[in-house]
Design a protein around this ligand. Structure first.
Ligand code: IMP
Ligand code: MG
Length: 174
């Protein structure tokens, strides 16, 4: 596909890693109702596949954020465009995100959700790009893959809203 220079993580590898994460999460939340909060839009594929492997009661809600900027760089100003349908007060919350990059999006979301006083709050990110971090207080409990500083697309991740439907993670070069 145009713009994709290489496959970084195959569909098979994603599937296998999600099964491992789901087993870990199922064990950690045994007997509890887990509130999965999906960060739109990048987190949808991950939420969809991960949730179907979980063997605990799950409630899903969605939050949409945008960080103003263009191309592959965000401005650092994160705005909540669509909030949760219901507050997560007293709930066991797991934020499901596509990628942790600079940390600005997740730190903003964690502040927002913490203010609602959940019983617990953890982060599950499919990808982690630690080299790019500017805010280091976000420590995900569950990480799918740690990747180098490359711009990636597919499996929910976009460039200019495209490529989200790819079943693998590819390296993008404009
Ligand atoms: P952060 O706020 O810098 O941590 O970035 C988080 C958001 O930026 C992610 O939720 C993605 O939407 C987007 N992002 C960061 N890196 C990439 C990438 O390599 N490909 C596509 N989107 C990315
Ligand atoms: Mg995202």
């Amino acid at each position: 596909m145009k713009g994709i220079i290489d496959v970084m993580i195959t569909e098979v590898a994603i599937k296998k890693r999600i099964e491992e994460l789901a087993e870990e999460i199922t064990n950690d939340y045994s007997g509890l109702t887990l509130y999965l909060i999906c960060v739109l839009k990048g987190g949808v594929m991950f939420l969809s596949d991960l949730s179907r492997k979980l063997e605990v009661d799950v409630v899903m809600d969605f939050i949409d954020v945008s960080s103003y900027g263009s191309g592959t760089e965000s401005s650092g100003i994160v705005r909540i465009d669509k909030d949760l349908d219901h507050p997560v007060t007293g709930r066991h919350v797991l934020l499901v995100e596509d990628i942790l990059d600079t940390g600005q999006t997740l730190s903003r979301l964690i502040r927002h959700l913490c203010a609602q006083r959940p019983a617990s709050l953890e982060v599950c990110t499919l990808l982690d790009k630690p080299e790019r971090r500017v805010i280091d207080c976000v420590i995900p409990k569950y990480i799918g893959f740690t990747i180098p500083d490359k711009f990636v697309v597919g499996y929910g991740l976009d460039f200019d809203q495209k490529y989200r439907q790819l079943p693998y993670i590819g390296i993008y070069n404009a």
